[in-house]
Design a protein around this ligand. Structure first.
Ligand code: GLY
Length: 408
């Protein structure tokens, strides 16, 4: 067992050193990494391992999901992608679970001249950002992936953008947490306890009080709704709906696709993520509709229509599942990590499109913050305090030479 260390600002009367509200992949990795450092950790969630990871496709797409204005986030995404091989090995060992981590790469393709112009812009931005990607002709794309439509006009080969199965990742993190001594309360956290201007744990829906030296809010899209959190500390997180389909590639068709294939079709992102077990995940819509998680005929239709334009053979495949989840959107599309202006209260939320990708680095950053009271340098730009309107202690995001660039 680990020797216990004292968290930076823990209360001596705490029943656990750290209490994490939310048992999705971000809450779980925070709990696991923190328990590994010798702190006692509790996770509160009615269904640990549930949440957005049950819907997400699991693309580790630091390069193909690069967007203008997100170059600061890119640094964190790249750092996390670089940690994935060792993280996956360690978590597999710690949990005894296979994570479905697949180093297969990604091909982003264009179907018409507008798409191709968009992809050329992305390629130029990737090159200016020092990222590896290779421009291919339509014929070269089809040579790599013969199931692609004959009309594909060109594409970007990104061999470093891999995938993991988020459902397996979540299950493995629950198991690793249990083995590391993390205590689970399978219940809703009703409200944050604040005593003399300091977070002191939570009260559960049944009235049970759980005290802790440090409380971490990692409740994904629900993070802005925990009662008791002072208004000026409540994270500005909003739900962004994504509908996702799962199809199944029967054995005689395998391998249907050998890597993730994606495109922007009529302005909408569509991606096809082939798992080794024959599952083919097709995503995703992006809808600002509040707390709605209805799977709609229109959402399914648009995903199938766009995916069919890319890979016509998909209409032969059994459709096995349709589901919608909520991404935790933040005002700058980047996560909020570490201490807030309320003593004893940390955030690990707002990961938006990158929760699965950012899981390894989030675990490291949060364990560091919870044991030292400080963010490591790599995460300074992601302090929740960047959104404090009146704070004189705002740490400005680190800027890069590309931060002000816009599409030509
Ligand atoms: N990162 C994929 C998505 O958010 O749809």
């Amino acid at each position: 067992m680990h020797s216990r260390t004292t968290p930076a600002t823990a209360s001596p009367s705490a029943t656990s050193d750290v209490l994490v509200v939310g048992g999705g992949v971000i809450g779980l990795v925070t709990a696991w990494r923190t328990a590994q450092r010798g702190l006692s950790v509790t996770v509160v969630d009615p269904e640990p391992g549930g949440g957005a990871a049950q819907v997400a496709a699991g693309m580790l797409a630091a390069v193909t999901e690069l967007h203008y204005g997100e170059q600061t986030l890119l640094g964190l995404n790249i750092a996390s992608a670089g940690r994935y091989p060792a993280f996956a090995d360690e978590l597999t060992e710690a949990s005894g679970h296979d994570l479905g981590y697949r180093t297969c790469g990604t091909l982003a393709v264009a179907l018409d001249s507008d798409d191709r112009a968009h992809l050329r812009e992305l390629h130029a931005l990737q090159q200016r950002s020092g990222l590896e990607s290779e421009w291919l002709s339509g014929r070269e794309c089809r040579r790599l992936e013969p199931m692609l439509a004959p009309g594909v006009r060109g594409g970007l080969r990104v061999d470093g953008d891999h995938q993991i199965d988020p459902r397996r990742l979540a299950g493995a993190l629950v198991a690793a947490c249990e083995r590391a001594g993390v205590v689970f309360h399978r219940a809703w956290a009703e409200r944050l306890s604040v005593v003399r201007d300091r977070a002191h744990g939570v009260v559960l829906a049944d009235g049970t009080e759980l005290a802790a030296g440090l409380t971490v809010l990692a409740a994904g899209s629900l993070s802005g709704r925990l009662a008791g959190v002072p208004d000026d500390v409540l994270p500005p997180v909003r739900p962004v709906k994504g509908q996702v389909l799962r199809l199944s590639v029967p054995k005689p068709y395998a391998p249907f696709l050998s890597r993730t294939v994606r495109a922007v079709v009529r302005g909408s992102h569509v991606y096809l993520v082939p798992r080794e077990n024959g599952e083919l995940v097709v995503g995703a819509t992006s809808e600002e509709l509040g707390w709605d998680t209805t799977v709609t005929a229109g959402g399914v239709y648009e995903l199938l229509r766009d995916a069919h334009e890319l890979v016509p053979g998909i209409t032969e495949l059994p459709l096995t599942e349709t589901r919608a989840g909520l991404r935790p959107g933040s005002p700058d599309n980047a996560p909020m990590l570490g201490p807030t202006r309320l003593d004893g209260f940390h955030l690990a939320t707002g990961h938006y499109r990158n929760g699965v990708l950012l899981t390894p680095v989030t675990g490291d950053v949060m364990a560091h913050a919870l044991t030292t009271g400080e963010l490591p340098d790599e995460a300074l730009a992601f302090t929740p305090r960047r959104f404090d309107a009146t704070s004189s202690e705002i740490v400005p995001p680190a800027r890069t030479q590309h931060d002000t660039e816009q599409p030509a």
